[in-house]
Design a protein around this ligand. Structure first.
Ligand SMILES: NC(=O)c1ccc[n+]([C@@H]2O[C@H](COP(=O)([O-])OP(=O)(O)OC[C@H]3O[C@@H](n4cnc5c(N)ncnc54)[C@H](O)[C@@H]3O)[C@@H](O)[C@H]2O)c1
Length: 370
C-alpha cells in the first residue's frame, strides 16, 4: 500500500511518498539526496517522545541528531526560529546537508523557514506527522512563523526535496488533532472536487475510526489536488488562493483566540468553510442546500462548525472584520474571499459588500448567545 504524487516544479520538482510503514524505510528513501550520511532533525517534544526512535532506526546508518521544540502553535515564533537556526549552525549544517522537519504543520513551517534562511537556503525533507501536515502543509513550500501582527506574516517559499507521509503515524494523534486535520481534507472537496466530498460523506467515519486504506485514499487525493494547484501557481498569483477557502475567517478567529488550544487551525478552517458557504448563499451565489450539506457533514464528523463551538470571549463583528483585514490575501487594501457557486466550485473575489459580511458575522455571533 504505497502511493506517490509528483509536485511538478521544473528543477525544484519533488515526490510526495505516502503509505503505512514509511518511517522504517526513511534511510533508503532519503539516502539518494545526501551528500554525506548525516541529517539534522527538527521536531517537537510530543512527536520526539512518540516516534523519534522509530525514525532513528529507520535512518539506519545515517547519523542523526534532533532538536525537540515545545509542541503547539506558539512555537511558530521568532524566539523558536532563532533557537532552531542557532542549533543548526552549532551542528555545523552545511549548504549541501539535509534538514528534516519531523512533526505537524507547526514544525514543518518553522523548520522549513529555518532551512530557507540558513546559509541562504539548505535543502529539507518533510516527514509530516499530523493529518493536516500530510494533506496540506508539508506540500507546496510555504514556510514561516507568526508574529504579534498576525499569522504567517513572516515567511518564504522554500520547496522541500522530498515528503514522506507515513500514514501509521496518524494513529497516535489525539482525536481532536486528527479531526482538526480533517478540516483541511474536507476543504479540498469543497473547493474543487464534489465527488471527493461525496466520498468523504460516505467514508469520513471509517477514516476517523482508523481505516488505513481510507486514510491513504484521503491523503492521496488531497495531496494530488494540492500538487496540481501548486504546480500551476507556485507563488499564489491566482489559483493557489483557492486553497485558502475558509482561511480568511479562520485566521481572524485564530488571532482572536490567541493561536492556542481554544481553537486549533484545522478547527478554524472548518468553521471558516461553513461561513464561506453561508456567505456565498447570502450573496445568491449558491443554493441553500450547499451550506446545509457542508455543516451537516462537519457536524456528523464531530467537528467545530459554528462560532458557538468556540469557548470564551470573541470580538464583535467589526473586531473580527478588522482582524480579517490583516490577511495576506488583502490586495490594494481590499479583502479577498474564496466563495463558492456550489460544492467543488470555489473562486476568488473581492466583491463582498461589507454590510453583508458584517450581518453574517453578527448572526454567527448571535448563535453564541442562543
Ligand atoms: N505551509 C502551509 O502550506 C500550511 C498549510 C496549512 C496549515 N499550515 C500551518 O500548520 C499549522 C498547524 O499544523 P498542525 O495542525 O499539524 O499542528 P501542530 O504541528 O501543532 O500539531 C498538532 C499537535 O499534534 C501533535 N502531534 C504531531 N504529530 C503527532 C503524532 N503523530 N502523534 C501524536 N501527536 C502528534 C503535536 O505535538 C501538536 O501538539 C498551523 O501553524 C498552520 O498555519 C501551513
Amino acid at each position: 500500500m504505497r502511493e506517490t504524487v509528483k509536485v511538478d516544479l521544473g528543477e525544484r520538482s519533488y515526490e510526495v511518498r505516502m503509505g503505512p510503514g514509511l518511517i522504517a524505510q526513511a534511510g533508503t528513501e532519503i539516502a539518494p539526496l545526501l551528500h554525506r550520511p548525516r541529517v539534522r532533525v527538527i521536531t517537537d517534544e510530543t512527536v520526539a517522545g512518540l516516534h523519534l526512535e522509530e525514525l532513528r532506526a529507520g535512518l539506519g546508518d545515517i547519523e542523526m541528531s534532533a532538536l525537540a521544540l515545545p509542541p503547539g502553535e506558539g512555537t511558530k515564533c521568532w524566539a523558536q526560529l532563532e533557537r532552531a537556526c542557532g542549533w543548526l549552525l552549532e551542528q555545523k549544517v552545511e549548504r549541501k546537508d539535509i534538514v528534516i522537519a519531523f512533526g505537524g504543520g507547526v514544525i514543518g513551517d518553522l523548520a522549513g523557514f529555518a532551512a530557507a534562511i540558513l546559509r541562504r537556503g539548505v535543502r529539507f525533507v518533510q516527514i509530516p506527522t499530523t493529518l493536516l501536515a500530510q494533506v496540506d502543509s508539508s506540500v507546496g513550500g510555504k514556510t514561516g512563523i507568526n508574529t504579534a501582527q498576525g499569522k504567517n506574516l513572516i515567511g518564504a517559499f522554500h520547496q522541500p526535496s522530498l515528503v514522506l507521509a507515513d500514514i501509521d503515524l496518524l494513529g497516535t494523534l489525539t482525536a481532536r488533532d486528527f479531526i482538526a486535520g480533517y478540516g483541511e481534507v474536507v476543504k479540498y472537496g469543497l473547493l474543487g472536487d464534489a465527488r471527493f466530498f461525496d466520498w468523504l460523506e460516505a467514508n469520513g467515519p471509517a477514516l476517523a475510526a482508523g481505516d488505513t486504506a481510507a486514510r491513504l485514499k484521503a491523503v492521496r487525493r488531497s495531496v494530488e489536488m494540492k500538487a496540481g494547484i501548486v504546480a500551476r501557481d507556485e507563488t499564489e498569483e491566482g489559483e493557489r488562493a483557492l486553497l485558502n477557502l475558509g482561511h480568511t475567517f479562520c485566521h481572524a478567529l485564530e488571532s482572536a483566540t490567541g493561536y492556542g488550544a481554544r481553537l486549533l487551525h484545522g478547527e478554524g478552517v472548518a468553521i471558516g468553510c461553513a461561513l464561506a458557504f453561508e456567505l456565498s448563499q447570502r450573496l445568491g451565489l449558491c443554493s441553500q442546500e450547499a451550506p446545509s450539506r457542508v455543516r451537516a457533514h462537519l457536524k456528523a464528523m464531530g467537528m467545530k462548525t459554528d462560532l458557538a463551538d468556540i469557548d470564551g470571549p470573541l470580538p464583535d463583528a467589526d473586531g473580527l472584520i478588522a482582524l480579517m483585514a490583516q490577511d495576506k490575501k488583502v490586495l490594494d487594501g481590499k479583502m479577498r474571499f474564496i466563495l463558492a457557486r456550489g460544492i467543488g466550485e470555489a473562486f476568488v473575489t473581492s466583491d463582498v459588500p461589507r454590510d453583508v459580511l458584517k450581518r453574517l458575522l453578527e448572526d454567527a455571533l448571535e448563535t453564541r448567545r442562543a
